[in-house]
Design a protein around this ligand. Structure first.
Ligand SMILES: [Zn+2]
Length: 521
């Protein structure tokens, strides 16, 4: 597989973008999902003026507004379909329903999903799943503003991160939907610095693939001096994100690790160590990467940062808990709060507060903690002591290449994979979770196969389409009974590089539905 395509299958940092345009920008729209926006924008959340000294009300309010818009887009689906279903045997139903869906949900639904006869009624499960998937695609194409956290203390976060010693950040969270907002909400890291983000059940990333990510970044540094020259003394930073539940630790933790947070942290730490070792063993002792283990409390969005010691070693027992830090800094001034963070990080690292060799990592830990305090503050303000939905409420699953454009807690279970064989354990966890959520409501599990291609490479789109069809077929085969019963609905799209241009991949010829001619329309 060509290196470029693999590197591009993840969220692309600013210096990696194929098209050289801002993420989300697209020229002529060709997607069936890209219709005129129609849902009502949620009213802007009020910006508060008081709170924690390190809160960031402006960013938090903008993030809340975005979350409300995403939620209202999905929330509109069920009432719209409930209103349509009883009218299905009326004359001219398909055309009227299509118009109604366009007006209320902003979706262009294929007529075949709306065409019924007295003997073959509306397949509401299929229609609902399609609307969920199409809404998600529309949100991608809508290009939500993800630049909210691009500045830190008045400076470019991207420039600061590089100045403090890191030229690229690779984030691997668990595929659990409660981490769907890990970049924008929980860590508040600007997409411009995130070179890769791939999710796996239990955050159990593939070491060889991560090594390959590191190599592609190095190659670009050597050849193009982007994001900086290979001679610059900066490092590639890989962050592994596990999760736990502070409210219901034995039931709502990581399913892939049987809700055992120590086990989740230990397994991920071991994998991070293997990655560091892999880089050194394959590219020599001079090749250095940095790693960081982070835990997320899915009830409060607070984080644990496992601060490395001066030698870069981490321990699952040694961490700073941002919930405790929040309480400790609550009554301080902003400067005093920042000083407490600096002291705690240096203390845990076992170095002086002005220790030069560890300055970069100390700054980065403080940066994440400060960002997260703002999120902890926002959650407390809008959800109280913890989220009401402690467990899963994901709308859909995303399989294949990652989607970061639409970030929101509990929105999507994402599992990145090239083949079903490779991603089977993740897929099984995801289907089990989504099935328990949807089956009880009589609904099908919506699965989006999302594959990116590099538009510069001849034939890349065709190969991406083949891969998408292969994944879709493999999922339907793996869950044949569920699929045949209408309990699983898989749709596939391919995407041109980092643009928000999605192309629906039609069913393979033998699976295409018969023409609707002759049916009541
Ligand atoms: Zn998990």
């Amino acid at each position: 597989m060509p290196a470029q395509r693999r590197s591009g299958t993840s969220c692309a940092a600013a210096w990696q973008r194929w098209s050289g345009v801002r993420p989300g920008y697209a020229g002529a729209r060709v997607s069936p999902y890209a219709k005129a926006p129609s849902w009502q924008a949620a009213p802007a959340s009020p910006v508060w003026t008081s709170g924690h000294p390190l809160a960031d009300p402006a960013i938090s309010s903008a993030l809340k507004e975005r979350a409300d818009q995403i939620q209202s887009a999905f929330a509109a689906i069920e009432p719209t379909l409930r209103a349509l279903a009883p009218r299905q045997f009326e004359d001219n139903f398909a055309a009227a329903a299509r118009e109604s869906l366009r007006e209320r949900l902003g979706l262009s639904v294929p007529l075949e999903l709306l065409t019924v006869s007295w003997a073959v009624p509306l397949d509401v499960r299929r229609l609902y799943a399609h609307c969920v998937l199409a809404t998600f695609c529309r949100l991608i194409e809508r290009h939500l503003d993800r630049d909210l956290a691009c500045s830190f203390e008045g400076e470019s976060a991207e420039a600061l991160i590089q100045r403090f010693g890191f030229h690229a950040v690779d984030i691997t969270p668990c595929a659990d939907g409660r981490l769907s907002g890990v970049i924008d909400y929980i860590l508040r890291v600007p997409p411009a610095v995130v070179a890769f983000r791939k999710s796996f059940a239990g955050a159990m990333f593939d070491v060889d693939e991560s090594l390959h990510h590191w190599e592609t970044v190095q190659l670009r540094r050597f050849r193009e001096a982007r994001p900086n020259a290979a001679t610059a003394p900066t490092r590639f930073l890989k962050i592994g994100v596990y999760h736990f539940s502070s409210v219901d630790p034995h039931r709502e933790g990581c399913a892939a690790h049987q809700s055992d947070d120590a086990r989740a942290a230990a397994a991920l730490l071991e994998r991070l160590r293997q990655f560091e070792e892999a880089v050194q063993l394959t590219h020599g002792g001079e090749a250095r990467v940095a790693t960081l283990l982070v835990g997320v409390d899915t009830d409060t969005d607070a984080i644990r940062i496992h601060v490395p010691d001066a030698a870069g070693q981490m321990s699952i027992e040694r961490f700073i808990d941002s919930r405790q830090l929040y309480d400790r800094t609550q009554g301080l001034t902003r400067d005093e709060g920042k000083q407490v963070i600096r002291e705690q990080v240096a203390d845990l690292m076992g170095v002086a507060i002005d220790d030069a060799p560890t300055e970069g990592m100390r700054w980065f830990c403080g940066y994440l903690l400060k960002n997260n305090l703002a999120q902890v503050d926002a959650v407390r303000r809008w959800h109280g002591s913890s989220y009401a939905d402690r467990g899963h409420t994901e709308q859909l699953m995303v399989i294949g290449d990652s989607v970061d454009d639409v970030q929101l807690r509990n929105l999507a279970f994402q599992a990145q994979m090239d083949t079903i064989e490779e991603g089977a354990p993740d897929l099984d966890v995801g289907v089990r979770i989504l099935r328990s959520l949807h089956e009880s409501r009589g609904l099908a599990v919506p699965v989006l196969v999302h594959i990116r291609f590099d538009p510069r490479i001849p034939g890349a789109r065709e190969r991406a389409e083949v891969r998408a069809v292969r994944l879709r077929t493999a999922i339907e085969t793996r869950f044949a009974a569920l699929s045949a019963d209408g309990g699983l609905r898989v749709e596939a799209v391919v995407r041109s590089g980092d643009s928000d241009e999605l192309h629906a991949v039609e069913a393979a010829p033998e699976r295409r539905p018969e023409p609707a001619a002759g049916l009541h329309a």
